[in-house]
Design a binder for this molecule. Structure first.
Ligand code: HEC
Length: 172
């Protein structure tokens, strides 16, 4: 089965099974979908602080390359192609789960733009990363509908989640 088909077919039953809080279950369902491609037990361990910094920056960099393809389509700078959109959204979804493990204690120094506030407001930073992963889940679903308008809306919402975190926690 194509991965994007997988995403759309899984969400329906999750909502129906939700019962008490459909919206919340929908969000966590999307989170599950977004994380579905990342095997459990894969969470990174780092030999030294510099490795953690390099890891998160590289993960964010790779994610950005694939998000840029989607943004270009959403902005009409690249022709819309549903298959390419779905493929790139899948990479974004898989990458979106990774950077956060690299924000380990004591890595606000060195070759990094991470602000020290990340470790002072840990809960807020985690919530922003979780909200972001939910948006990326929606992006993946939207990329599978074959409708450019769906992609545009989801790209905008996702970019908003990038910005919300960068404004607060990434140095200029
Ligand atoms: C929860 C917070 C958060 C979210 C969400 C987030 N970022 Fe970031 N991003 C950061 C922080 C913090 C840094 C600085 C990391 C460092 O220098 O150690 C960063 C750095 C980057 C970098 C620079 C990586 C490098 O090579 O140095 C890119 C590119 C990037 N983010 C793209 C994105 C994009 C695109 C999105 C959304 C699709 C996004 N980020 C979402 C927090 C976030």
């Amino acid at each position: 089965m194509h991965p994007s088909t997988f995403a759309t077919t899984r969400i329906g039953p999750m909502i129906r099974a939700a019962g008490r809080s459909p919206l919340k279950a929908f969000a966590s369902g999307l989170l599950a979908v977004a994380l579905a491609g990342v095997p459990t037990g894969v969470s990174a361990q780092f030999a030294k602080p510099e490795d953690a910094v390099k890891y998160r920056k590289n993960a964010l960099f790779v994610m950005q390359q694939h998000f840029a393809r989607l943004a270009a389509m959403a902005q009409g700078k690249a022709p819309y192609d549903a298959k390419i959109a779905a493929d790139n959204a899948l990479v974004v979804a898989n990458m979106a789960a990774l950077p956060w493990a690299g924000f380990v204690e004591g890595t606000d120094k060195g070759d990094t733009k991470a602000k020290p506030e990340i470790w002072k407001d840990r809960d807020d930073f985690r919530q922003l990363s979780e909200k972001f992963v939910v948006e990326v889940g929606k992006l993946r679903t939207a990329s599978a509908t074959g409708r450019l308008d769906d992609l545009k809306a989801a790209v905008n919402a996702t970019a908003g989640a990038c910005k919300a975190c960068h404004d607060e926690y990434r140095a200029k």
